[in-house]
Design a protein around this ligand. Structure first.
Ligand SMILES: [Zn+2]
Length: 385
């Protein structure tokens, strides 16, 4: 929502790439090229200036100029000469300096506690702090978030590049929480509020979208047709299509939890019956297998997986997805549920789409939202993702 994987200006969905409305100014081009160099080093690792020119299609002069600036800022460091024997002058390697800045990240998706961490630029978690929510909502919850951010900024031993936050609910590209019922927030300008308190850039996005960015940047997921389904107390999803996070008309793309899958099903928190959330949320799955022996439990999880697959098949087809990633409790999601869901998707879609779809557990485990929150900052501040 608030970012694309290229770190372009915020807008709605992927359509903004089709119809540019502003002219490219020289300072934009410089910023773009700077991001291109950083992005290349972020993904390819240490490179020579000649490698960078080749990879980015920028001139050697432009690359040398940009690298000089980035070395001066401490974002890059010189890594000596390339090992091995080569004819001519050995090339000096430069690489992204992971310790140039720290990033403060918060995951608000856990009902019971706020999870915060300090990460380096490579996405490594350096330290963690938790704050019990104890039912806090509204302004009281904001105060808790502010104090956790202040504590983490104080613990960072390098300058802080920014603060990234993955929050439940519908979040607009400016980091305004339009709606987060569980936290009692409506039209809350969380990013602006925290930025004013902390004096730092703050980037806020929906937690499932944040998880999708994390899996894409640090978990090896592709960006051409990725859906990350976050299963916790509720069920949400983030979508990366053609290299950009899909926002949708109401910034609510991926909100699949309240699609009805069983009209005679259980009552849902939204006031209706039989939403997907009443079948595959973590509490619903725990309740479904309570007291069952392992074989019966697997059968119950498989039944839930078939419901999930039925709900996903039209989405997979309409968007031509390649990868679906489940983020949540592996004991509930990783076995019979996953197997039944993918089998159902394949059965209900055209072979050209369904045969190739992969459904797996998140590579980043429980850190997926924290890692994605770091990507919000990297992308927003440096154009790297
Ligand atoms: Zn519902």
């Amino acid at each position: 929502m608030s970012v694309t994987t290229q770190g372009k200006a915020p807008g709605r969905g992927v359509s903004r790439t089709l119809r540019p409305t502003t002219k490219q100014l020289p300072e934009h081009a410089r910023r773009h090229n700077r991001s291109l160099v950083l992005q290349t080093l972020f993904h390819s690792g240490p490179s020579s200036r000649a490698d960078l020119a080749r990879e980015t299609h920028l001139t050697r002069v432009t690359v040398s100029d940009l690298v000089g600036d980035l070395l001066g800022e401490g974002l890059l460091h010189e890594l000596g000469q390339r090992p091995g024997t080569r004819v001519g002058k050995p090339a000096t390697l430069v690489g992204l300096n992971p310790d140039a800045f720290h990033i403060v990240c918060l995951d608000l998706s856990d009902e019971a506690c706020l999870i915060g961490a300090v990460l380096d630029l490579s996405g490594r978690v350096l330290l963690r702090r938790k704050l019990k929510m104890q039912g806090r909502t509204g302004e009281v919850a904001v105060a808790g978030i502010t104090s956790l951010c202040q504590e983490l900024v104080g613990l960072a031993t390098r300058p802080v590049l920014g603060v990234g936050i993955g929050s439940p609910g519908v979040v607009d590209p400016d980091g305004v929480i339009l709606q987060a019922p569980n936290l009692g927030w409506t039209d809350l300008p969380l990013a602006a509020k925290l930025a004013a308190e902390l004096g730092l850039p703050v980037h806020v996005a929906n937690d499932a979208n944040t998880a999708a960015l994390g899996e894409h940047t640090y978990g090896g997921a592709g960006g051409s047709g990725l859906m990350v389904i976050a299963v916790g107390k509720g069920v949400g999803a983030g979508l990366l299509l053609d290299g950009a996070l899909l926002g949708g008309h109401h910034y609510a793309a991926g909100e699949i939890g309240h699609v009805i899958v069983d009209e005679r099903g259980e009552p849902c928190a939204c006031g209706r019956r039989g939403c997907l959330e009443t079948v595959v949320s973590a509490p619903a799955l725990r309740a479904a297998i309570k007291g069952l022996d392992p074989r019966q439990a697997d059968a119950a999880l498989a039944a839930a997986g078939r419901r999930l697959g039925t709900a996903l098949a039209p989405v997979v087809s309409a968007l031509d997805l390649r990868e679906i990633v489940l983020s949540g409790p592996a004991d509930l999601l990783g076995g019979a549920l996953r197997d039944a869901a993918i089998a159902t998707i394949r059965k209900r879609t055209m072979p050209v789409v369904g045969n190739d779809v992969d459904l797996r557990m998140a590579a980043l485990g429980e850190d997926v939202v924290l890692s994605g929150a770091a990507v919000l900052v990297l992308s927003g501040q440096l154009g790297v993702s």
